[in-house]
Structure formats: C-alpha cells, structure tokens
Design a protein around this ligand. Sequence first.
Ligand code: NAD
Ligand code: MG
Length: 382
Amino acid sequence: TTKVIEALALNRRPRRLPVELGNASYDVVIGAGLIERAGALLAPVVPQKRAVVVTDETVAGLYLPSLLESLADSGFQVQSVVVPPGEKSKSLEEFGRVTDAILEHGVERRTTVIALGGGIVGDLAGFVAATLMRGLPFAQIPTTLLSQVDSSVGGKTGINTPWGKNLIGAFHQPAVVLADISTLATLPPREVRAGYAEIVKSGLIGDEALFTWCEKHGAAVLSQEPGALAEAVEKACAFKAAVVTKDEFERSSEGGRALLNLGHTFGHALEAELGYDGRLLHGEAVSIGLRLAFLLSVRLGYCSGADLDRVTRHLESNGMPVRISDIGEHFSAETLLHHMTRDKKMRDGRLTFVLVRGIGKAFTCRDVPVEAVRSVLIEDGC
Ligand code: NAD
Ligand code: MG
C-alpha cells in the first residue's frame, strides 16, 4: 500500500502555493518531475524566453542537462554558469565571476536568472539577479530540503564577507519557485536532516499542528519518502509564506520574520565558532539551537519542562544532534557568548532572544539575562 500511496502522491498535480506580496506576488510550485517541465512552467511568468542558469558543480552533474533540455524545448535561449559547491561560493569573488560570465554572454534587462541548487546557489544567484543592471527577473529551482522549505521563499539574497555571513545582500523576490521534490532523492541523508530542522522550527514557532504532524511523519520525511516530503515542503512553505506576507522586509520588531530566527542565535554562534567548514551543517546547529531556546525558556519560567522534553524526544529519536556535547568538539561558553553579543545590542547585561511560551508559541524577548544564557550553555556541555 505504501507504494500505491507514493505513486498517487507523485502523480498528483503539483501544488501551487501563492506568496501574496502585492506586485511581487508569486507561486511556489511543489511536486515531482518539475525540472523536466520547467520550460513550460517558467514561460508564462518570465518576460522573455531568455535565461541564464546558475548552479554548482554537484547539482550541474545531476540536473542541469534535463533543465537545459526542458528550457530549449520550450523555445528558451539559455546559458549556464557553474560555481564550486560550498559556502565559499557566497563570496564577492564568486559574485564577480558570475556577473562577468553573465555579461559576457550578453545579457538583456529582461533575461531571467535561474538558480538551480541549494541555498548557496539561491542566495548567490539571487543577489546577482538583484544587482545586475539594477535587477533582473529571477526564478528559484531549489534542490535541497533546506532551500525548498526555507531559503527559496521570501526574497532574501546575499553573500558573505570575512566579517560575517550574509552581510551583503538585497531583497529580491523570485517570479516563481519550482520545488521539485524528485531532486531530494539524491540528497545525502545528513543534508535531509539539516533541512528537516527548519521544518520542525516552523512548527515550534507558530504551528503546533505542524509539529504534531512531524512527530507522526518525521521518520518518513527523513527516509526520503516522496509523499511525506511533498507534504512537509508544502506545510513548511505555507508557514514561511504567511510570515513573509505579513513582514516582507523584516521591519516588525515583535513578531514577523524575526521569529524565524528561533534557535538561530545559539546556532549561529556554534557555526561561527567552527568556521563553516562542514563539521556542523546549518540545520544541525539549528537543531541544537532549538532545544537550547526551549531550555532557556524553561529556565526563565516561560515554558513547561514537558514541552522541552517533547521537543528533545522528537529531535533525538530522529537522529538529529540536540546538545552541544553531540557535536564532539570543545566549545567555551564565553566564546559562544562573545559571538552572540557581537552583533546584538546588549543593554544592562540583557540580550534579545526569540523564546517560547510552549510549542508553537514563539515571541521576542528583549530582557534575557546574559547569566541565564551562560548557564544553559554550560548545562548543555560547554
Ligand atoms: P547548499 O546549497 O550548499 O547545498 C548543500 C550541498 O548539497 C551542496 O554540496 C550541494 O552541491 C549539494 N546538493 C544540492 N542539491 C542536491 C541534490 N538534489 N542532490 C545531491 N546533492 C545536492 O546548502 P543549503 O543547505 O541548501 O543552503 C545553505 C545556504 O542557505 C547558506 O548559505 C544559508 O546562509 C542560506 N540560507 C538562506 C536563506 C534565505 O532566506 N535566503 C535562508 C536559510 C539559509
Ligand atoms: Mg536557518
């Protein structure tokens, strides 16, 4: 019966999820086999049948030929630019190389930049599209779980500098997002788990039903069952789309996009400390950070220990790292605190954090004592 259900899930028409942003509105299309039909799906939403595909070497080997074929079949004139895989490609140097390559191909104002790949390619290509000739049409074809549920939706694009991640960037909404869940079949399990952490995060922020769904179907998502993947991508995108619709430019200081950073203050500190060298994936850092945000919320009296246990159990039973001690590296609480306070205004020894009053009840708290943060870090294995 599972095979039958999977077949039905795959045969069903792709789902279209609208992201309502006035003139900048677009659809997230979620389904199997979308790359083979990309030409037909893109043609109605782009101004001209000309495109440049930006992708990385790994994804190029897997999916570029079928994308180029589909675009050519629909009458597109198309070129491609391939970058090395990895966070290093989100740099000024690579930005320069990609823009030069596109200009060399003879781009026009109405040529569409298509990002084919994970969040790295999406952020880099999106930033190129945002800036080249003051803005070219852009389309996202995310191929990692993380990029399908998170980075491809919402219009944030950018690159890193030696001073930190994503410090140069722009808001540039795509004309369409094609989330082809078939591509997830080739994704390494560790990358699947990393993307899954952002799905769990969505539930924990504001959608308890999504978290409950994860408790039931998380194992199926992580074993890459197409039906479960499609449903998870759809639910997480719907959540993100709703948040982005209310706060497109992250201007709300209370709710809004800022809440999407649940678990990320801790997570970013762990990532920054290890230097983004692959020892700890972003989603793995988020998994640990989510539990720490719950632990801190419990210690400050905002959240029940039962909810913390429920979160810990779910992440742990699905093979996600949950404690700093799971990373297998030594971290000092002081160094992590330094990362956390570096880019935040600390007032009277107090910090701003996204905390929870329970599962699905995140809020911004401006009043977190540094001492409380230090003690949960130590409790967690620092
Ligand atoms: P990634 O783009 O590096 O992809 C992970 C790895 O998987 C890469 O080695 C890639 O080559 C490979 N890969 C991609 N698709 C594959 C497939 N289908 N099969 C096999 N291998 C595949 O990483 P990511 O996790 O997708 O994205 C991380 C980036 O996203 C970070 O730079 C982060 O800052 C950014 N991000 C941006 C936003 C946003 O709103 N713009 C949100 C979250 C994260
Ligand atoms: Mg994230």
